[in-house]
Design a protein around this ligand. Sequence first.
Ligand SMILES: [Zn+2]
Length: 296
Amino acid sequence: MSTNRSDSKENGPMKRIAYLSLSVLLTGGMFSLPARTQDFPPVEMELIQLNDDMYVIHNEFVPGNVTVLVTDEGVLLVDDKFEANYQEIVDLVASVTDQPVRYVVNTHYHFDHSGSNAAFQAAGAQVVASEQARARMLETGQAAGLPVFTTEDHARIHLGGKVVDLFQFGRAHTDGDVVVYFPQYQVLSTGDLFTYGNATPLLIDYSGGGSIRAWTNTLEDVLMLGFETVVPGHGVVTDRAAMEEFQGVVAAMRARTREMIAAESSREEIETMLREDFYWQDLHLTMGFDGLLAEL
Ligand SMILES: [Zn+2]
């Protein structure tokens, strides 16, 4: 094993992952953004227990939450972060069960949510995603770890007496967003159609089929499910009320932008509004600004 300068073994790779998350990861290599210069502290994933059988693997600096369902017939994961996180995910799952990972559901195609697919497949797991997410993976060169099963509407996985519902209600963050509902636990894993906290403003991936207009309707459908606990795509575990509030933020952003376009505000003025009121950063502007203006 090679040694890294004075950094610990974990420190170097993690910094790179955090850096990637803020620059090129969502773009499938189609854009290249300016480098970020600040350092991030060394990070370790947290395993947060939701109930008797469910956990979330979370870290503030390494994007992409992983939901873990443990049953007597195997483990199901929702999302699997980056390729570099595979071993840590495996170790955390092994700390609570001897059962193997049987299924990985990808909420969408971004590789902070599907990066460990190939490694989990090699270990015997089945990867499931929407048909659109699979197509986007192909399109963006993620040829390894493609989902074997796809859904376009609703699919149900039965595992160890537990029900796992996959719903695709429509476009939002991308055109292949799937939410994963665990009715027996009233838990919903949303992927990036819901991100929680000011540090994670909504990102509209227009090159991946995202849509601000569809987003509000999609959220309305999602909120009809009977969940209480919410695992967002990014950010800490939260509840239904936070997601309802987020729905208001999406609607407000859409309305404000529309108003400013109608009032013939300049591009710079709209950009300032998005940065100041909706916490958009360079990445969000690169991914979403032109599409947002065109759509509204
Ligand atoms: Zn995403």
